[in-house]
Design a protein around this ligand. Sequence first.
Ligand code: UDX
Length: 454
Amino acid sequence: MNITVVGTGYVGLVMGACIAEMGNVVFCVDMDSRKIETLKQGILPIHEPGLENIVTENHACARLHFTTSLAEAMADSAVIFIAVGTPPGEDGSADLGHVLEVARQIGSLMDRPTMVVNKSTVPVGSADRVRAVIEQQLQQRAVDVEFDVVSNPEFLKEGAAVNDFMQPDRVIVGTDSEHVRQLMTELYAPFMRNHPRILFMGVRDAEMTKYAANAMLATKISFMNEIASLCERLEVDVENVRLGIGSDQRIGYHFIYAGCGYGGSCFPKDVKALIRIAQQSEFEPRLLQAVDARNELQKQSLFEKLVARFGSDLSDCTFAVWGLAFKPGTDDMREAPSVALINSLVGAGARVRAFDPVAGQAARREFPERWFAEERLAIVEGQYEATIDADALVLVTEWKPFRHPDFKALKRLLRNPLILDGRNQYDPAQVSREGFEYCGIGRRAIRAGEQKVL
Ligand code: UDX
């Protein structure tokens, strides 16, 4: 099949590369000419395990093309995936501007039956708006061709994007056309492993499924974070509670890790967008509002613990931060809890030395340049370098190299042996035995040398 994918962000690039890998000829289109040029040279705009190989190999054998010209791509393909961003507008609602602009361009070029597939996360009813924009263009040009608008939301996770695309739990397709069903079944057949995982439904149902999936996962996390806050007040260890409830298959172990808040390009944006969708339908989504509010508070939880320990004026303090990306395995800084923490710390006068295995460069752009010049914030090259003379080590992102640190070295380097564990990675008893004061999320704080049975 010949396929066009518009947008070379996370979703578009991963999808384009993966369907090319399965033998299709794919045209990846982006209006950013620099991005297209660098992609042609095999330089990827994102850090994603396994992606570079399949991009370069499929580009080299002419199955994966990069172009800024939608016209060039559409000349050879009648299936177009829209995978451009839907950033939050001022009021939190998803901004459809890019999607509708691509629809307009498609309508201005379409001259044969075409299948337009929306992969971007868009509010319920967006497919109708895409259809209307294309129809308007066709009318203006007095062109009469049939086209379908399909919803096919993407569920891939950053850091595991290639794997998730290659081995999806399910593929959701919103359509009422038999012809689309056949085509999508054929396209996704190589990704179905040993049984069909494609679910057909109405277009609006598919659009809602994407929001509901992300909102459900965000709800699990916020719920657990709320329980964690309660655990702290009741001298309970949330990690034991997690194990205790996760063993109930109806609850399950996934996405019930308490921590310093969820980030990323999807959960915060999609929960807020779903709240706006509800409000536009004159419905107050109390639960979703609470999920969002809990997360905003949660991003301040580590800062609050430091203030409780050192006071609100932190001008004599230096803190080491381990992990800047919103989660391990990516250099993505969007909505990262580290940004909220560092902004609050520097705002309270503290100095921060941070380290991240891959997101260091991306993180620099999140903070004012003068903070670096004034040495209020440094992003350093090594995890132990970050801890020199610090008043506490704060773990924000649970990258693998942070899991089993050299506690002896840390003891030597830190000015004050205190570890704040924003992802509950460490065993409090062990950390205490190593001579540190330990403070996790939803766990009993434990002093150095104190032996508590947890
Ligand atoms: C998410 C969805 O998982 C994916 O299906 C969708 O397509 C896009 O949004 P992603 O943003 O890549 O994917 O990240 P994910 O791995 O889901 O984690 C999101 C955030 O939740 C991270 O900040 C992570 O640290 C946090 N998280 C996750 C928790 O705080 N606790 C958990 O138990 C799980």
